[in-house]
Design a protein around this ligand. Structure first.
Ligand SMILES: [Zn+2]
Length: 93
């Protein structure tokens, strides 16, 4: 499961500081699954202008879960996945 808090849409208030101004950004998502480290680069997100809290849209968090599931299935100790490449491949499948 994706650990980070997810939120619907892009214009919701920040859960951390209740600021409603967010900027579009990309981040590196990292998750530790039973000792396997999975790193997903170039993940689109909304970043709180005030406190830097990261929010993912439903669409992005769903794709992140798919990427993590695929990476877990390969069961490497360490996986680095590019979000853009991973979601591109997904569309063709
Ligand atoms: Zn905030």
């Amino acid at each position: 499961m994706v650990k980070e808090r997810t939120i619907n849409g892009e214009n919701k208030m920040c859960n951390a500081c209740f600021n409603d101004k967010k900027i579009k950004s990309t981040t590196t998502f990292t998750i530790d699954c039973n000792g396997s480290l999975i790193v997903v680069k170039n993940v689109p997100c909304m970043e709180c202008e005030r406190c830097g809290d990261i929010l993912y849209s439903d669409d992005v968090s769903q794709k992140l879960e798919n990427i993590v599931e695929e990476a877990k299935a390969r069961s490497y100790d360490f996986s680095v996945v590019d979000y853009e490449k991973a979601t591109g491949i997904e569309k063709e499948a």
